[in-house]
Design a protein around this ligand. Structure first.
Ligand code: MLT
Ligand code: MN
Ligand code: ZN
Length: 305
């Protein structure tokens, strides 16, 4: 199974257009050692030809241009994207669907029923796309069953309902339902290898931990280092946990959780907020991750699982 990290930043990207936190300002000035990053999305394939796009970020056009496998050019209009899998209905994961409106076929979208509802109501991108390419919604159950996704080189997916947050425009923002946010266990039956992907993960419940234990590689929520990170830089008055993201440091944090996985599991953080000190390659926080065998995704990273 091949994985390409198309975008590794959280909503807003890095640097964020209006942000002057130490990271964003430092990157613009050239005074911090860090890479620019677009908003989170990965492409996964079982055969290197047919790709599953996991989330459609606002930066998707740039991301497609940076990855030639998604532009195979076999016909006058062509794409390597065989299907789109949505983890939630957030802006940073769904706005890119508008950019795919020139598709010759209805977009094959995989997602849960609550995400579909959000995308027909609070953020009605599915209704808008009916005036362009149209969409075909493939419902992902969150009952533990595994499903084959056509157009991905044989990949199978198992979706897990997660504790995170539905977007502010969702009818379920304050009354969560299972499937507002999911993580996925992707399996390539040819190799038997598994990838766990959850860019938004607020709490690791037992069924999530079990899926992470089954994976050869985990790509998980790297949004915030501390719970009060956004408050500390004066960026926003919301804690990491209130936004549905488990911070990395501290008791019960992501580092501690990842430490509990088998030694052979490869561990990556993705969906990194621009305020997070792990973006600075020479930071103490980055060194701490390295000491725990945890890597930080950057745009363009290829992972062979
Ligand atoms: C989140 O995951 O909390 C989002 O990145 C928020 C957003 O896109 O505005
Ligand atoms: Mn996000
Ligand atoms: Zn910033």
């Amino acid at each position: 199974m091949q994985v390409r990290v198309l975008g590794s930043a959280a909503g807003g990207g890095f640097p964020q257009w209006n942000c002057n936190c130490a990271n964003c300002a430092g990157l613009r000035r050239g005074s911090v050692r860090a890479l620019r990053r677009t908003q989170s999305s990965i492409a996964v394939s079982g055969n290197g030809v047919d790709w599953l796009l996991c989330n459609a970020s606002p930066d998707i056009l740039q991301q497609i241009q940076s990855f030639p496998a998604l532009q195979p050019a076999r016909a006058v209009r062509d794409t390597g994207i065989g299907a789109v899998l949505l983890m939630d209905a957030q802006i940073d994961h769904t706005t890119g669907l508008y950019m795919l409106r020139e598709s010759r076929q209805p977009l094959q979208i995989w997602g849960t029923a609550p995400v579909r509802e959000d995308l027909q109501s609070g953020h009605p991108v599915l209704r808008v796309l009916e005036h362009f390419c149209g969409t075909h919604w493939n419902e992902l159950p969150v009952d533990g069953s595994e499903i084959e996704i056509p157009g991905t080189g044989g990949l199978r997916v198992r979706a897990l309902a997660l504790r995170s947050k539905a977007p502010p425009y969702s009818p379920h923002r304050h009354a969560p339902v299972p499937g507002d946010n999911i993580g996925v266990l992707l399996r390539d039956p040819a190799s038997g290898r598994r990838l766990f992907y959850a860019p938004g993960l607020g709490e690791i419940e037992p069924h999530v931990r079990e899926a992470m234990h089954q994976a050869d590689c985990v790509l998980v929520d790297g949004t915030f280092w501390t719970d009060d990170e956004m408050q500390c830089v004066g960026a926003r008055d919301k804690s990491a946990r209130a936004l549905g993201h488990l911070p990395q440091s501290g008791p019960g944090g992501m580092i501690e959780q990842l430490d509990g996985l088998p030694a052979a599991t490869r561990k990556y953080l993705i969906h990194i907020n621009n305020t997070n000190p792990i973006l600075r390659e020479d930071s103490a926080e980055r060194a701490e991750l390295a000491a725990h065998g945890i890597e930080v995704c950057h745009d363009g990273l290829d992972i062979a699982v």
